[in-house]
Design a protein around this ligand. Structure first.
Ligand SMILES: [Zn+2]
Ligand SMILES: [Zn+2]
Length: 749
């Protein structure tokens, strides 16, 4: 049914309500109800499931279990009519049967009867969920946390709601949705199949999804063809290659194999809507003359790809008029081609992997090339399908303030003719920041890209974090102010070293989250949910401000949360940097801090800031050799310890001497990165020795310093090749960075 037809029926319904004087009806009151749920006996399994869900959630709200009847038995009494059936046609004659795959839905009343319907695969089910959410206040915040508010009574006089999705295919690729089909259906994501009421089966055709990814390597696999037909694969540097390579797309036999196998796939697995005919996951296309001629002719590698995929689409069209062939605009094929356009039954899957996630596409320099590609493809592609990225894949838990841009990016996709989307999040591990809220809001936005994000955040935080909600909002506001400040951009591969994770952000974040914890201290379940959101702050504090982190228990909270949540994997590609690795490194850090040696201060009369240096030249292999045999070529003073101004490339060295003024007693951290050798002495005691000729090495010393002056002497030498002397300094009063010039004083005479 189209929107305008619905509107007409709504108007008819409204008119009849006016005539009947808007009579009030009661679905339930004080634990009893006159209503039954009615479905057609031939209703598909997803509608039977919808009836059971309606029964279950109304019971949780009201305490009444309504009977489920078929049409014949449900002729009398008041009814909730589930699915489009003869009773719907009788009560609302203007309503038309929706297509099975149509996810749009309607719910309304005709006098005392409530009718809920949509397409038979998913639409009716979504109608039921929408009714339960909007009218009865039910919420499914995650696969584990649902809310069914208890009510004594619920009355209505006029009901009407009709909704259509912004995108035909909505794939929220996060662990909690991909692995939880029921929750996925409640979120109106239609990539995951529903479990059947009959155990062990899924509801046939319930998901309009996308078969396969990078399927060219599956259709023409090196195992099957390389030995006999190396010419099917990429010619690279004069040799046919099948490792990390693509297919030779200009070869007509390759095309025929792909057509035959695609037809077989569509016959064997007819449930899907779109079938992958996508490049392998590498950037090594064929360099042969025939392929490159097509690349030239069609304005780039996407041109030959489309030329190939269009021929597959033409070949399957007659037998499979309702199906699509999908292909990538990804990495080397991301730019749109020239003088060729995708066929009507081709879907272009455009990937945003290079984009800045925290700014609108229009407002950010870094997104300009993608915006151009989106525009170019939108102009020629009848159907786009976006592969989008919404979290940090280098470290899933890192704060990623893309709440506002998840919406604007989605709106840009919908405006560019996207029919589907894959939102890639923490699909491997439950460790993404605000993972439940992110998944919930994304699902709402995929359904309606114009939904109001602030009210969604308000709804979720109140429902999920209870009394801590105002503090969670305050923390989200901090992320918005500090992480999205001027000049900060981030794609989906930010590390803990990203400049946006400043000490100010970490300290203020932990302060607010401590208040959030205090607000729910008497509720262990809510406390767990709040503590979980502090995990990234604990990790950032241990990395950037370890002294403060250990003092405030960031290490123990990190350990507790990963254990409570069952988190081990923390990154997409680097399995060794898992939760166990971080716990171990935090333990070592805490031990070192506890055992940090004490250094009493020296009374000196140092007034002038600066560092005294002596510069050496000569071939030497250690700082010892430098002192013994090096030639002193220069001495003087400079503001801090650095070799950056030195113009030599090889065979030089320095001795730096300064008095370090310590403002607050406690454990300080000195970390050097050196190439070649460095030796650091503090108050005439060696605290770091990375002497000798070598490539970059890093070492950290933790020292417990009395307030006052400490003699710091650093010997450095460069043998040959790279030269680095980087000194990082952290103090108990919160300073972190290079040696601060205002705390360095020239040696007294
Ligand atoms: Zn070729
Ligand atoms: Zn940006």
């Amino acid at each position: 049914m189209k929107a305008h037809q619905i509107l007409i029926s709504a108007l008819l319904g409204a008119a009849s309500l006016i005539l009947t004087g808007c009579q009030q009806h009661t679905l339930f009151k004080n634990g009893s109800s006159d209503y039954s749920i009615v479905i057609a006996p031939e209703a598909p399994e997803s509608e039977q499931y919808a009836a059971v869900e309606l029964q279950n959630w109304i019971e949780q709200v009201s305490g009444v279990k309504l009977p489920i009847k078929d049409l014949k038995d449900g002729q009398k009494g008041k009814r909730l009519i589930v699915g489009f059936n003869p009773m719907t046609e009788e009560l609302i004659p203007s309503a038309q049967k929706p297509a099975d795959r149509d996810d749009s839905f309607t719910w309304c009343n005709k006098e005392g009867d409530i009718l809920l319907w949509g397409g038979s695969k998913r639409g009716t089910l979504y109608s039921v969920y929408s009714f339960l959410e909007k009218e009865l206040g039910c919420r499914w915040y995650s696969s584990k946390v649902s809310v069914a508010p208890k009510r004594d009574a619920w009355h209505f006089s006029k009901l009407f709601n009709h909704e259509e999705p912004s995108l035909m295919i909505r794939d929220n690729c996060v662990l909690d949705v991909r692995t939880q089909p029921v929750f996925s259906a409640r979120m109106r994501n239609n990539f995951v199949k529903l479990p059947s009421l009959q155990e062990g089966k899924t509801i046939p055709g319930s998901a309009e999804n996308y078969w396969g990814v990078h399927a060219m390597g599956y259709f023409v696999s090196p195992n099957e063809y390389y030995a006999t037909h190396p010419e099917y694969f990429s010619l690279i540097d004069g040799k046919r290659q099948s490792d990390y390579a693509q297919l030779c797309l200009s070869n007509p036999e390759v095309l025929q194999i792909c057509i035959d196998k695609m037809k077989n796939k569509m016959r064997e697995e007819p449930d899907y809507l779109i079938y992958s005919m996508e490049q392998n996951d590498n950037t090594r296309p064929c360099q042969c003359e025939a392929c490159q001629a097509l690349v030239e002719k069609y304005g780039g590698e996407s041109g030959i790809m489309l030329w190939f995929v269009n021929q597959v689409a033409d070949a399957v069209k007659d037998e499979f008029p309702d199906k699509y062939v999908g292909t990538f605009a990804y990495q080397y094929t991301r730019h749109a081609p020239k003088d060729i356009v995708p066929r009507e039954n081709v879907v272009i899957r455009l990937c945003s992997i290079e984009c800045c996630m925290i700014h609108d596409y229009d407002g950010c320099e870094q997104n300009k090339p993608f915006v151009q590609d989106l525009k170019d493809w939108s102009a020629i592609a009848p159907h786009l399908y976006i592969w989008d990225y919404v979290t940090d894949f280098l470290l899933y838990c890192l704060p990623t303030p893309n709440w506002k841009t998840m919406k604007t990016h989605l709106q840009d996709y919908v405006n560019g003719h996207a029919i589907g989307i894959l939102e890639e999040g923490d699909y491997q591990t439950p460790s993404c920041e605000f993972r439940e809220m992110r998944a919930w809001i994304l699902s709402k936005l995929m359904w309606n890209c114009n939904a109001d994000v602030d009210s969604l955040i308000q709804d979720f935080t109140e429902g999920y974090y209870g009394a801590a909600a105002p503090k969670i909002l305050e923390y989200l506001d901090l992320e918005e102010r500090i992480l999205r400040r001027e000049g900060m951009h981030t794609n989906c591969y930010a590390s803990t070293a990203h400049a946006m994770y400043s000490p100010e952000f970490i300290r203020e974040g932990r302060r607010i989250m401590a208040e959030a914890r205090a607000a729910v201290a008497d509720n262990p379940e809510l406390l767990k949910r709040v503590e979980k959101e502090e995990l990234p702050l604990c990790l950032l504090q241990m990395e950037h401000l370890p002294l403060e982190g250990i003092e405030s228990g960031a290490d123990t909270m990190f350990q507790r949360v990963v254990q409570q949540e069952g988190i081990n994997q923390m990154t997409e590609f680097r399995p060794t940097f898992n939760a166990a690795y971080y716990i171990e490194s935090f333990k070592k850090m805490a031990e070192n801090i506890r055992e940090a040696p004490f250094f009493p201060a020296t009374k000196v009369d140092a007034k002038e800031n600066g560092v005294a240096y002596v510069r050496y030249e000569g071939p030497f292999k250690s700082t010892g050799e430098m002192l013994a045999n090096g030639k002193i070529v220069k001495q003087g003073t400079m503001p801090t310890v650095t070799i950056e101004e030195d113009e030599s490339i090889d065979h030089f060295g320095y001795v730096f001497d300064t008095w370090l003024k310590v403002e607050q007693e406690g454990v300080h951290q000195i970390r050097i990165t050196t190439d070649d050798g460095t030796v650091v002495n503090l108050d005439d005691k060696e605290i770091i020795n990375r002497d000798g000729s070598h490539s970059p090495e890093m070492e950290t010393a933790l020292v417990n310093l009395e307030k006052g002056f400490h003699k710091l002497s650093i010997r450095y030498f460069e043998d040959h090749e790279g030269q680095i002397l980087d000194i990082q300094f952290a103090t108990p009063d919160g300073y972190k960075g290079t040696l601060p010039e205002e705390r360095l004083f020239l040696p007294t005479k």
